[in-house]
Design a protein around this ligand. Structure first.
Ligand code: ATP
Ligand code: MG
Ligand code: MG
Length: 553
């Protein structure tokens, strides 16, 4: 794996350790909200949080940030756990849910009320936000700001008991309506929500706001470094304010922000990904075109390739866009070293070797992976009738086309030299098959007289080939930044040709023994993996990535 480079997060942790902070512990957490499947941006955060703990001999918690019951589901919780494990990380016995802390958070809210630092506001969210002011202009104090502690306790109690409707009352922290930081202007900390929670059921009808839950969960879990994305930088004074109210020792978690990962040609917010799923623009969260971890897995990405990608891009303090070809490079690099090679023809043209005996089947030797000798050899059946790629033949080839044409000789990989003698067409002029002759002396791919050929083609026996479906993918969006257009919905930039299904493909018999998610290189065509849709009658393969970056100049 790529060497991890020291970055500003390492420097902060090193400084904290050198100063003896928090008993010199390093304890991070990955805190997803279970409101969708994880995407490659989350993978970055997972690799970062678990990676730092590994680097410093520390620990990492998995915490479900389940404070918003209206969007959260158990299905998401399960997929998130599967994805973290698949990426190669383990939280062991450190699984937490923010909802487990609901009683403590509620008690802390009461503590704030008693200290005169929180109050119940009867105004609706709209009015409250209209009173917030601007960074230059102080906000307007709520007429309910100076309620007595007793009144606040009573009202919060009744909010908790379900006496009021959603939106009728909120609990706000009483901080500073003149603060230059808008988040410090009496933020809402509890709201009424009469929604069923996927874990606590109907027990609660008040729920803590994200800002009120997050830092406190960090605190109770003993987190030392709470790493989040840049948009939370402005929340940090509030994070610290709550910790100040809670703190009863020298220990305190530190929030550190880094720039979120954005990738070209895709979108990465769960809300938008959910929209693509719900409206049927893709075939589910694990559609191989999705930037989700489950989509990448199904596409044929390996955990190693995603971890290497994450290390390579590093962390920064400036929002930017990473070219998706870097992610593709990582998987190509890993699969080149590890993937079983096979021959597969995805756009078949039949070839009859007219001078080859009709019933003969020769088992020829093929290399499983030229990058890894330990993967050994396999046998590939050669017969009189074969398939080659339609693109590998041209009836009237231009000067730079070196593959097969009438009267031309090429090498069939691991097999023989063949020469095209006849082109057979149907009544519409479509080429239906080629007739070739082979040179028996060129077995294995070299001719004893030292004759050279300019091309080596892959092929599959027409009688032994396994008929399969192959799915080729292109970018899901035609635009580098589908989100970057004012007044134009991101879906306007969807690529209508992002999926091509080829149903008449032939693979060498070796693939009969494979199982879903097994990786292959189809020689000359790219890296593929077997799709879970496969049946013994119809194996299905996804192209993970082509052998070369066809987008690069
Ligand atoms: P989104 O809406 O894009 O899914 P989110 O921040 O609402 O993002 P969470 O479930 O809250 O999603 O995220 C869990 C963790 O993953 C957070 O710590 C968050 O900062 C981090 N994270 C989310 N998206 C990215 C990203 N694109 N790059 C890096 N980290 C990310
Ligand atoms: Mg979030
Ligand atoms: Mg979100």
């Amino acid at each position: 794996e790529a060497k991890k480079k020291a970055n500003f997060i390492n420097m902060q942790i090193d400084a904290d350790l050198a100063a003896g902070k928090n008993d010199k512990r390093v304890h991070t957490r990955f805190p997803p909200e279970p409101n969708g499947y994880l995407h490659i941006g989350h993978a970055k955060s997972i690799c970062l949080n678990f990676g730092l703990a590994q680097q410093y001999g520390g620990k990492t918690n998995l915490r479900f940030d389940d404070t918003n019951p209206s969007k959260e589901e158990t299905e998401y919780v399960e997929s998130i756990m599967e994805d973290v494990h698949w990426l190669g990380f383990d939280w062991e016995d450190r699984l937490y849910y923010a909802s487990d802390f609901f009683p403590k958070l509620h008690a802390f809210a009461i503590q704030l009320i008693k200290a005169g630092k929180a109050y119940v506001d009867d105004q609706n969210a709209e009015t409250i936000s209209s009173q917030k002011g601007t960074p230059q202009k102080p906000g307007v104090e709520s007429p309910y700001r100076n309620r007595t502690v007793e009144e606040n306790l009573d009202l919060f109690d009744r909010m908790t008991a379900g006496e009021f409707n959603e939106g009728e009352k909120v609990l706000r922290a009483k901080i500073d309506m003149t603060s230059p930081n808008m988040h410090m202007r009496d933020p809402i900390i509890y709201r009424i929500m009469k929604a069923h929670h996927h874990r606590t059921g109907d027990k609660w009808c008040v729920y803590p706001m994200y800002d009120f839950a997050h830092g406190q969960c960090d605190y109770w879990e003993g987190i030392t470094h709470s790493i989040c994305t840049l948009e939370f930088e402005v929340h940090r004074p509030l994070y610290d304010w709550f910790i100040d109210q809670l703190k009863d020792s020298d220990y305190r978690p530190r929030q550190i922000e880094f720039a979120r990962l954005n990738l070209t040609y895709t979108v990465m917010s769960k809300r938008k990904l959910l929209e693509l799923v719900k409206d049927g623009h893709v075939n589910g969260w694990d559609d191989p075109r999705m930037p989700t971890i489950s989509g990448l897995r199904r596409r044929g990405y390996t955990p190693e390739s995603i971890r290497n990608f994450s290390d390579k891009i590093g962390v920064t303090k400036v929002d930017g866009m990473i070219d998706v070809s870097l992610l593709e490079f990582s998987v190509r690099e890993h699969l080149n070293k590890t993937a079983q090679r096979v021959m597969g023809v995805i756009n078949p043209l039949k070839v009859v070797i007219t001078n080859y005996p009709e019933d003969l089947v020769e088992e020829l030797d093929a290399v499983n992976n030229p990058e890894d000798e330990t993967m050994g050899m396999r046998k590939v059946p050669f017969t009189r009738e074969l398939y080659i790629e339609r693109d590998d033949f041209m009836e009237d080839p231009p000067r730079k086309f070196f593959r097969l044409g009438p009267g031309r000789e090429v090498r069939l990989r691991y097999a023989y030299f063949v020469t095209c003698t006849d082109v057979i067409k149907d009544e519409n002029g479509e080429i239906t098959e080629l007739h070739c002759t082979y040179d028996p002396a060129s077995k294995g791919g070299n001719s004893p007289d030292g004759r050279k050929v300019k091309a080596t083609l892959h092929w599959v026996s027409a009688t032994h080939g396994v008929k399969s479906e192959v799915r080729l993918y292109d970018r899901l969006f035609n635009d580098e930044d589908p989100n970057g257009h004012k007044d134009v919905d991101f879906k306007e930039f969807m690529n209508p040709d992002s999926l091509s299904v080829l149903s008449d493909c032939y693979l060498e018999p070796f693939i009969k023994d494979s199982k879903p998610l097994d990786h292959f290189q189809f020689e000359r065509l790219g890296y593929f993996n077997m799709d879970p849709d496969s049946t013994p009658e119809k194996p299905v393969f996804n192209r993970t990535v082509a052998l070369r970056d066809s987008w690069a100049k």
